[in-house]
Design a protein around this ligand. Structure first.
Ligand code: FAD
Length: 550
C-alpha cells in the first residue's frame, strides 16, 4: 500500500494513541522477529547519543508499544536452551540463547504456530482514523490512500537551509500539493532516497555537503541451514511445539596471531515453527523443519547507489561489502550449526532427514559438516536494505540527518524515519530499532503529548491522600507531592507511563493501598486504606501536606 499520512498536531494528540505509536505504526510493516542491536555494535557503529537513548529508554518503550511476548517455557524448552548455552567447544562462539520475541499471540501448546496474529500496522492506522470512540474522526490525523509522494517543495539550494512548504503527491496524472509545517519522510530506504532526488531535480548535490553520504544502500548477508527431522517419539512434537531462539555471537577470527574480526552476528533457530526464514532448497515437507539463519553485519557500501531512471523512478546498484575473511566466517557458522544440530539431537532424540537429489537419505543421528549446506539469501530478501540517508557514525561526524533524525542539509523542517537513517547494517532484524527511533523522534518533535491525563476519583466515604510515583514534575502538569482528595472528589495528573498510586488514609497512616494506573484513563478508589493507629492530623493543618494546583 502506498499512502501519505498527515498529522497536524496542535498540543496534545488526543486520547487515542501515543503519538510515537502512531509514528511507529505509520512506518512499519509486519514482522516476525524483534531483537535489539547488540551493545558492542551500537557502541562501535552508532552515535553515542543514539546508543544511550536506545539502551536507557527507547528499546524498552518500543517493546512495550509492540507488546512483545514470550512463549510459555516448559521443562523441555529450558532443557534445550540450557544445553545450547553450555558451550564446551572452545573454538565456537559463546552464546546466550533466549526466546526470539515476536509481536503476536502465542498459542499453547504450539508456541510460534501463530498464523493468526502476526503484527500489522494497518489495523491500528484504520482504528486511529476511523474508530474514534467519541463518534467524531480525529481532526488531526489523516491517511490518504493511493497518494504516492512525488517530491517535497521548494527545491533545496546548496549550502542553505529553507523550509519545506508542500508535499507533492501524485493523483493519477495530476499532482496535488499538501501544505505542511513539518515533514517526516518514511517511504523506506529506496523511496525516501528517491523523494529526495526528485525534490532536488535529480541532482543530490543540490542539497550541498552530502556527497559520499547519500544512497549507499546496503544489506547484510543472511546465511542459513535448513533440514527436516523426525521425533523418535512423534508425541514429543505436540509437547514441544514450535521454538524460535536467538543469540548474538561474536566472531573472533585470528590471523597471524592477531584478531582480525570481532564483529557480532545474530543466530536464529526456528524449530518446527512457522517462519519467514529462508529454507534453502528444502521444499515444503510434512516433516517438522529446523532452520538456522545467521545475520552477518556489514558497513555501508560506498559504491552502492540510488539513482532515478528516465521515468523518475528509483533504480539501485547494490553489491555486498568487501569482506576478506568472509570464508573464515562461513566456516565458523557451519561448525556452529553442526554443534546446534547435534545438541538438538541429544536433547530431543530426533533424527535429521538429509535430502539429496536421490530423495531422503537414511536418518542421521549425528551431523557432520559434510551433511549441511550453508546457503545465502539474495540481497533484499527480507527488506533489511538500509543506509541511504544515514545518521552520523560512531564518531559523531558525517551523516545526512543529525542524531535527532532531522535533515542536516537543504531543509530545516524535514526529518527521516525509516531504515534509510541506519549508519550500519547491524546483525539484527531492524524493526525494533526502527520502532525505538520513531518513538524518540516523536518525543523530539512533540515533547508534551507523551503525557496523558489520569483522573483519580475518590469513591470511598472519607478523604484520602494520594502519592503518585513519577508524575511530571512541573506545576503545569499537576501535583507531584501527596495530595488529598475529599470524598466524592477527583484530581488529575499527567503521566507518561504506567505508575503506582499509593493511597493513604491520612498523612499519619503507615499502611497504604497500591493501585496501578495508566495514562489516558480514569481510576476509581473504592476501598478505604487502613487508618493510622495514632492520628495527629488534627494537630497539624492538612493544608501543609497538600499541594494545590490550578
Ligand atoms: C517477508 C518479510 C519478513 C520480515 N520479517 C522481519 C522480522 O521478523 N523482523 C524485523 O525486524 N523485520 C522484518 N522484516 C523487515 C521489515 O519489514 C522492514 O525492515 C521494515 O518494514 C522497513 O521499514 P521502512 O519503514 O524502512 O520501510 P517500509 O516498511 O517499506 O515502509 C515504507 C512505506 O512507505 C510507503 N511508500 C513507499 N513509497 C512511497 C511514496 N512515494 N509515497 C508515499 N508512501 C510511500 C510504502 O508503501 C510503505 O508503506 C521483514 C520483511 C519481509 C518482507
Amino acid at each position: 500500500m502506498v499512502d501519505c499520512t498527515v498529522l497536524e498536531v496542535e498540543g496534545q494528540y488526543g486520547d487515542c494513541l501515543h503519538l510515537g505509536e502512531i509514528f511507529y505504526r505509520i512506518i512499519e510493516r509486519w514482522v516476525d522477529f524483534f531483537c535489539r542491536i547488540s551493545f558492542d555494535t551500537l557502541k562501535a557503529e552508532f552515535p553515542s547519543t543514539i546508543k544511550d537513548a536506545l539502551l536507557t529508554e527507547y528499546y524498552r518503550k518500543a517493546e512495550e508499544v509492540l507488546q512483545l511476548e514470550y512463549p510459555i517455557t516448559k521443562p523441555p524448552h529450558q532443557a534445550l536452551i540450557d544445553r545450547l548455552n553450555l558451550q564446551l567447544d572452545q573454538g565456537l562462539p559463546s552464546t546466550q540463547w533466549e526466546w526470539g520475541r515476536i509481536a503476536s499471540q502465542f498459542r499453547d501448546p504450539k508456541n510460534y504456530d501463530f498464523a493468526a496474529g502476526a503484527y500489522s500496522p494497518i489495523d491500528t492506522l484504520l482504528e486511529a482514523t476511523m474508530n474514534d470512540p467519541t463518534g467524531k474522526k480525529d481532526p488531526n490525523f489523516r491517511t490518504i490512500l493511493n497518494a504516492p509522494v512525488a517530491r517535497l517543495e521548494p527545491q533545496p539550494t546548496p549550502d542553505q537551509l529553507s523550509s519545506v512548504t508542500h508535499v507533492v503527491v501524485r493523483d493519477g496524472d495530476t499532482e496535488r500539493k499538501i501544505a505542511c509545517k513539518k515533514v517526516v519522510l518514511c517511504a523506506g530506504s529506496i523511496e525516501s532516497a528517491a523523494i529526495l532526488l526528485r525534490s532536488a531535480d535529480g541532482d543530490i548535490s543540490n542539497f550541498g555537503g552530502v556527497e559520499g553520504e547519500f544512497g549507499r544502500i546496503t544489506d547484510h548477508h543472511i546465511l542459513s541451514v535448513a533440514m527436516p527431522f523426525i521425533y523418535r517419539n512423534m508425541d514429543d512434537r505436540d509437547l514441544i511445539g514450535g521454538m524460535k531462539l536467538q543469540t548474538d555471537i561474536q566472531f573472533n577470527i585470528v590471523k597471524d596471531g592477531k584478531v582480525v574480526d570481532n564483529t557480532v552476528a545474530l543466530a536464529n533457530i526456528s524449530l518446527d515453527a512457522v517462519s519467514f526464514l529462508p529454507r534453502n532448497d528444502v521444499s515444503d515437507s510434512l516433516l517438522p523443519m529446523l532452520i538456522i539463519a545467521y545475520i552477518v553485519p556489514s558497513a555501508l557500501v560506498p559504491t552502492n547507489k540510488v539513482e532515478l531512471n528516465p521515468d523518475n523512478e528509483p533504480q539501485i546498484h547494490v553489491s555486498w561489502a568487501d569482506d576478506d575473511i568472509f570464508e573464515e566466517k562461513q566456516k565458523v557458522l557451519k561448525d556452529f550449526a553442526v554443534d546446534i544440530m547435534n545438541k538438538i539431537v541429544d536433547v530431543y532424540d530426533i533424527r535429521f532427514a538429509k535430502i539429496t537429489s536421490a530423495g531422503y537419505q537414511p536418518l542421521l543421528h549425528k551431523i557432520t559438516v559434510d551433511d549441511i549446506h550453508l546457503s545465502q539469501a539474495g540481497a533484499g530478501v527480507v527488506a533489511h536494505e538500509l543506509g541511504t540517508i544515514p545518521m552520523p557514525g560512531a564518531g559523531g561526524s558525517g551523516g545526512m540527518v543529525d542524531t535527532d533524525l532531522h535533515m542536516k542539509y537543504g531543509w530545516r523542517n524535514v526529518s527521516v524515519c525509516d531504515l534509510s537513517v541506519f549508519p550500519y547494517s547491524a546483525a539484527a532484524n531492524p524493526s525494533l530499532t526502527l520502532a525505538a527511533l520513531a518513538l524518540r523522534l516523536a518525543d523530539r518533535l512533540y515533547p508534551d503529548p507523551k503525557y496523558s491525563p489520569l483522573t483519580v476519583y475518590n469513591l470511598t466515604g472519607d478523604s484520602i491522600l494520594i502519592n503518585m510515583t513519577n508524575s511530571k514534575h512541573t506545576k503545569k502538569f499537576g501535583p507531584e507531592l501527596p495530595i488529598t482528595i475529599h470524598k466524592g472528589g477527583s484530581a488529575t495528573w499527567q503521566i507518561e507511563t504506567r505508575e503506582a498510586m499509593y493511597i493513604y488514609h491520612c498523612k499519619c497512616a503507615e499502611e497504604f493501598l497500591v493501585q496501578m494506573v495508566y495514562p489516558g484513563t480514569n481510576a476509581m478508589v473504592v476501598n478505604l486504606p487502613p487508618k493510622a493507629e495514632i492520628c495527629m492530623c488534627n494537630s497539624t493543618p492538612l493544608s501543609e501536606f497538600r499541594t494545590t494546583f490550578s
